[in-house]
Design a protein around this ligand. Structure first.
Ligand SMILES: [Zn+2]
Length: 252
């Protein structure tokens, strides 16, 4: 029997990956983070009179940048794309016609694969299926910026971290986020004792080709020890605000 509740609602689809996150964080850090964004964004949308629900997560994304570690599952792009498309197909079958991906995994290959699935869903299923165009590496993906399968999230003006080394992977912001919402999934004693690891000029090489093991044998890039200095409620508030505003703009 088909679900008939709130079929007019929009759906937020949390998207991430299962991959290693250093010796101190859980493998599902990205997908928990996407879910946290969704929880807060739903409230913001409801404040604006828009009903939204959260779908079960898509977590079999692609870890090109963090491959080679135990815990970084090697999902092929065709598999990930097919699974994501099938989720979007099912959502349409349930009666939902508007789906926004809420993605917290920045890997380029992951994003390209996800955009392809959203593009196919938008074109073949005739639903509004939108992936975030957030400026973070999205210009590299090779899709037109104004395509209808995107919604545009503005960049943040917040200086959330004062760490000397920015959080590229499992650093202070990710550690603080999981610690605030799922404290049992962080080894804070370990985090406090991890030295900073900088990505430096290797950002593009890392994003496109991995090498995380060579750059950081312990599998993190940033300053996990600084997690206690992050204002996490301000950070989540800012993320949710920018996501919800982008959705409202896309729907008008
Ligand atoms: Zn992460």
């Amino acid at each position: 029997m088909k679900c008939s509740i709130r079929v007019a609602s929009i759906v937020l689809l949390p998207m991430g990956v299962i991959e290693e996150h250093g010796p101190h964080l859980c493998l599902a850090t990205d997908i928990y983070t996407a879910h946290i964004y969704c929880l807060s964004a739903v409230k913001k949308l409801e404040d604006k009179g828009l009903s939204a629900i959260i779908a079960p997560p898509f977590y079999w994304g692609i870890c090109q940048a963090g491959k080679g570690f135990i815990g970084s599952f090697n999902i092929r792009p065709d598999t990930a794309k097919a699974l994501l498309f099938d989720m979007l197909f099912s959502l349409k079958d349930f009666g939902f016609k508007t789906v926004f991906g809420i993605n917290s995994h920045g890997d380029v290959e992951h994003k390209i694969t996800a955009v392809k699935a959203f593009k196919d869903a938008h074109e073949q299923l005739q639903i509004t299926a939108c992936f975030p165009y957030d400026g973070f590496m999205t210009d590299f993906l090779g899709f037109p910026k104004d395509a209808p399968y995107f919604y545009k999230i503005k960049e943040s003006n917040l200086q959330i971290s004062t760490a000397r080394v920015p959080d590229a992977h499992a650093g202070d912001i990710e550690t603080a986020t999981i610690n605030a919402f799922y404290p049992g999934l962080v080894d804070t004693e370990k985090a406090k004792n991890l030295p900073d690891v900088a990505l430096g000029d290797n950002f593009e090489a890392w994003m496109f080709g991995g090498q995380l093991k060579q750059l950081s044998p312990q599998g993190y890039l940033g300053s996990p020890a600084n997690y206690g200095n992050i204002n996490i409620s301000q950070y989540i508030e800012d993320c949710a605000y920018r996501i919800s505003e982008a959705i409202l703009v896309r729907l008008t």
